[in-house]
Design a protein around this ligand. Structure first.
Ligand SMILES: Cc1ncc(C[n+]2csc(CCOP(=O)(O)OP(=O)(O)O)c2C)c(N)n1
Ligand SMILES: [Mg+2]
Length: 355
C-alpha cells in the first residue's frame, strides 16, 4: 500500500522574478513546447478580456471572469494527452479552446444559445458545471469507469476553494481514493468563493492538507506559475497512468478580478492584494521568463496575440450570425410528460419575445 504523506505546505515554483529569485526549468520541455504553452495562455487571456468587453456591449450574458487563472488552466491541460478528459466549472468555460473547440461555441454558451452545446466526446471536455463541485463525482466516475474498461485514460476536474466544502467534493474524493480512480482533483484556490474568504471556508492550514484524509497525495503549487502547475499535473498524470490512483493539486493564487460580471468586489476584497496579484499576473510573468531564457521575441509575442484576437473576432461574428433559438427549447428536456401549465408559459414567453 502506498504511504500517503501530509502535503508539503511550501508552494512549488519554477519561474523566478528576474532578480533575486532564480529561474528553474522543467525537464523534457522543448523551446517549441514552451512557446505552445505561451500560445495557450494568450488564447485564454484574449478570450477572457474580449468576453468582458462583449458582456459590456450586451453581446454575451453574465460572464465568470478567469483573468489570472490562465496558468492553472493551460498548465494543467498541457500535462494531459488528448485521450484524457477535462471536467470544467464555469471558471474554466473556455478550456475547450485548448482542445480545438471553436470560440463561437463557448461564446454561444455564454449567449445562452444552443449552438453553445457540444458533444463531450468530440473534445474530451465534459459540460460546464455551474452547481459547485458537481463535476468532481462526474470526473471520478468517468475515471473509475475508464479503469474498469481497461482504457488508459485519466480525468481532471477543475474546481475552486469553495467547492472543497461541498458534499459532492467529499463524495467524489472519497470514492476516488477508495477506488484508486485515475483522476486529478485540481483545485484553483483563488481564496474567495464570491464574497466568502478562504478563512471562512476551512480551518485546515492548507487545502492540500485535505488530501491525506482521502488517502491521496496533495501537491501545492504557485497557481500563477504555469510551469509549476504543468510539472505538478504531469506527476499526477503519471500516478494515474501507473494505477497509483488520484492526486489532489492545490494551485494557490488570489482572485484579481470580480467573481463575475455581476459582482462588485469592492464591498469585500482587499484592494492591495488585488493590485499585487495583478502586478504578478501569470501571462506577463511567463512572457518575461521566456524572454529571459531567449525563447520568445517581442515580434513572436505580438503575432501570437494578434492571432488570438482575430480568432475571437471571428468567433463573436459567428456566434452572432446564429439564428435565434426556438424559445420552446427552454421547456424541452425537463419533463417526459410536461404539465399543461408549461404550454401557457411558452405562449407567454413567445408573446414577450414578440414571436
Ligand atoms: C451548489 C451551489 N451552491 C451555491 C452556488 C452559488 N455559487 C456560485 S459561484 C460560488 C462560489 C464558488 O467559489 P469557488 O468554489 O471558490 O470557485 P470560484 O468561483 O472562486 O472559482 C457560489 C457559492 C452554486 N453555483 N452551486
Ligand atoms: Mg474560489
Amino acid at each position: 500500500m502506498t504511504q500517503v504523506l501530509p502535503a508539503d505546505r511550501g508552494l512549488r515554483r519554477i519561474i523566478g522574478d528576474g532578480e533575486s529569485l532564480p529561474d528553474g526549468q522543467v525537464d523534457g520541455l522543448t523551446p517549441d513546447d514552451l512557446v505552445a504553452l505561451y500560445r495557450d495562455l494568450v488564447l485564454l487571456r484574449t478570450y477572457d478580456e474580449r468576453s468582458v468587453v462583449y458582456h459590456r456591449q450586451g453581446r454575451i450574458g453574465t460572464y465568470a471572469i478567469f483573468w489570472n487563472h490562465e496558468a492553472m488552466q493551460a498548465g494543467a491541460v498541457f500535462a494531459l494527452e488528448e485521450r484524457d478528459w477535462i471536467f470544467p466549472a464555469y471558471r474554466e468555460s473556455a478550456i475547450g479552446l485548448l482542445r480545438g473547440m471553436p470560440a463561437s461555441t463557448v461564446l454561444s454558451w455564454w449567449r445562452g444559445h444552443p449552438a453553445g452545446w457540444w458533444n463531450p466526446e468530440d473534445y474530451g471536455v465534459a459540460s460546464i458545471c455551474v452547481p459547485i463541485a458537481t463535476q468532481v463525482p462526474h470526473a471520478v466516475g468517468f475515471a473509475w469507469g475508464s479503469k474498469l474498461k481497461g482504457e488508459d485514460r485519466a480525468a481532471l476536474a477543475f474546481f475552486g476553494d469553495g467547492a472543497t466544502s461541498e458534499g459532492a467534493f467529499h463524495e467524489g474524493a472519497t470514492f476516488a481514493g477508495v477506488m484508486k480512480a485515475p483522476v486529478i482533483l485540481f483545485c484553483n484556490n483563488n481564496q474567495w468563493a464570491i464574497s466568502t474568504p478562504l478563512s471562512s471556508q476551512t480551518a485546515a492550514p492548507t487545502l492540500a492538507d485535505k488530501a491525506i484524509g482521502y488517502g491521496m497525495p496533495g501537491l501545492r503549487v504557485d497557481g500563477t506559475d504555469v510551469l509549476a502547475v504543468y510539472e505538478a499535473t504531469r506527476e499526477a498524470v503519471a500516478r494515474a497512468r501507473a494505477a497509483d490512483g488520484p492526486t489532489f493539486i492545490e494551485a494557490v493564487t488570489y482572485r484579481a478580478a470580480p467573481h463575475a460580471t455581476a459582482d462588485d468586489p469592492s464591498m469585500y476584497i482587499d484592494p492591495e492584494r488585488v493590485e499585487e496579484a495583478r502586478e504578478n499576473e501569470c501571462v506577463g510573468r511567463y512572457e518575461r521568463y521566456l524572454q529571459r531564457i531567449g525563447v520568445l521575441t517581442d515580434s513572436d509575442a505580438s503575432e501570437i496575440r494578434q492571432e488570438a484576437l482575430e480568432l475571437m473576432r471571428a468567433g463573436i461574428a459567428e456566434a452572432e450570425a446564429e439564428p435565434p433559438a426556438d424559445p420552446a427549447l427552454v421547456f424541452e428536456h425537463a419533463y417526459a410528460d410536461p404539465p399543461p401549465s408549461l404550454a401557457d408559459d411558452l405562449a407567454e414567453l413567445r408573446r414577450i419575445l414578440g414571436g
